[in-house]
Design a protein around this ligand. Structure first.
Ligand SMILES: Nc1ncnc2c1ncn2[C@@H]1O[C@H](COP(=O)(O)OP(=O)(O)O)[C@@H](O)[C@H]1O
Ligand SMILES: [Mg+2]
Length: 431
């Protein structure tokens, strides 16, 4: 070090607000800077070559002996913190000579060598109260933050529960809607099958009368008379028609029941590969009763691969879209169902010729409870539920609408679900 550097270094040491004490290996004072002089009120001249513990008796503790062993014998840098009211060395004054409040004293004892190889020890003393205060504030801030986080997690859990409840209530609503539809659909065929049976019972009664008369008949003419009077020819032709019609009716009921079975695996919650067209057809037959008075339904299906999904949930999405489409049509219109695929994605589309959605409402339709329908007709949950379901499938929903002309909803789904690790960030990749 040249003299200029030495000068700079010593200027720094004399100005810095850190106590700097240099000791020899026996802890005798070699030097201290003006900070120590000012704050201890003791002169360096009287202390030089004296044991530190003689000048500062308060330092004579087992702790200092231990620090000495670590620093001198093991070459370690030893940090200690002295919480008020304790300290290693009492510094009762501040730099301006006024009495200073007790501070949090941090000390560092470390070994070094002079250029002639004499082993020495440096002892630094500094006031870390301000730092500790900052730390405390930081701690408090962190604490508040972590409290906030706990609150948020609680809220999220509550929201999750509320959402599950909503899903449940919307499912129930869907089941209710379904039941009403099914009742309506079944009522009609059952009604005419029943009335056909009554007519048939009357016919059978008449036919039995003719057959019974065979035994007691005097002449063939008498039998013919009876046959004519009971309108046998009409009965004969009508019986076949009635039976054929009844068979049709029962067939329809059977179809509806099958569709219902397909549709109503409501609790199923597992991904599997499914034929979406089949699901769409099932859904259509279930909501047919809501649609048929409102619209002509046009199917324009493309080619679809098997799609990895929760089929009953996708059915529910499509049902919501179909019912909304029917609701949007005032008198009689058209609902078009389309499907297709692009690369690894498939899409299903429901387009209606209804009233459309005002542009300023477009970003609200997925909100839970957002509805423009009168009380009792809309829950405002259909689209929010659908959005959740599609989201769970890692898909997305699109809507295009022109007020006065109609609306088109498109549901995009990945044909196969991405690996778990790509879905949830940070999850372990296991394949
Ligand atoms: N096909 C559609 N045509 C016009 N408006 C629609 C259509 N689908 C949804 N909407 C609008 O979005 C709102 C929310 O739909 P949804 O969540 O299914 O609840 P809800 O049908 O019970 O009102 C509806 O009230 C309606 O205003
Ligand atoms: Mg709806």
């Amino acid at each position: 070090m040249d003299s200029r550097q030495r000068e700079l270094a010593s200027a720094l040491v004399e100005r810095i607000e850190i106590g700097v004490i240099i000791l020899d290996a026996e802890l005798r004072v070699q030097y201290w800077n003006s900070f120590v002089t000012q704050c201890s009120g003791k002169a360096l001249e009287q202390a030089r070559k004296q044991p530190l513990t003689l000048i500062f008796p308060e330092a004579d503790t087992p702790c200092l002996s231990q620090m000495l062993v670590s620093a001198r014998d093991h070459g370690e840098h030893v940090y200690t913190e002295w919480l008020p009211p304790t300290y290693l060395i009492h510094l009762p004054f501040d730099m301006s000579g006024k009495t200073a409040p007790l501070a949090l004293q941090t000390t560092l004892l470390f070994p070094f060598k002079r250029s002639d190889d004499q082993p020495l020890l440096g002892l630094l003393l500094y006031d870390s109260s301000a730092l500790a205060r900052d730390n405390k504030q930081l701690d408090a801030a962190l604490h508040t933050l972590s409290n906030k986080q706990v609150e948020q997690e609680l809220l999220i859990t509550k929201l999750g529960q509320a959402n599950a409840q909503l899903m449940q209530s919307e499912k129930l609503a869907a089941i209710g809607q379904l039941a009403a539809g099914v009742a309506h659909e079944i009522n009609n065929p059952i009604g005419y099958v029943f009335s056909n049976l009554q007519t048939l019972a009357g016919y059978v009664h008449d036919l039995l009368r003719i057959i019974d008369a065979v035994d007691g008949a005097v002449s063939l003419e008498e039998l013919r008379q009876l046959k004519r009077s009971l309108e046998y020819d009409y009965i004969r032709s009508d019986v076949e028609a009635l039976i054929g019609e009844s068979e049709d009716g029962i067939e329809r009921v059977k179809k509806i029941i099958t569709a219902l079975k397909d549709f109503s695996h409501f609790e199923e919650d597992e991904f599997r590969f499914a034929d979406l067209h089949r699901g769409l057809d099932t859904t259509l037959s279930v909501v047919n009763n809501e649609l048929k008075y409102k619209a002509e339904v046009v199917k324009d299906y493309g080619q679809l691969p098997a799609v990895e999904c929760m089929p009953s949930q996708i059915n529910q999405v499509m049902m919501n879209l179909l019912v909304n489409a029917a609701h949007a049509i005032e008198h009689f219109g058209r609902i078009t169902l389309r499907s297709g695929h692009e690369g690894d994605w498939v899409w299903l589309e429901v387009e209606d010729s209804g009233q459309g959605i005002a542009p300023h409402l477009l970003n609200r339709i997925y909100e839970p409870f957002f509805t423009t329908k009168p009380v009792g007709k809309g829950t405002g949950l259909g689209l929010s539920l659908s959005y959740n379901i599609v989201n769970k499938h890692n898909g997305r929903m699109e809507v295009f609408s022109t007020p006065g002309q109609g609306t088109r909803f498109r549901v995009w789904l990945p044909a196969r679900q991405p690996a778990q690790s790509q879905v949830k960030e940070g999850a372990v990749h296991h394949e």
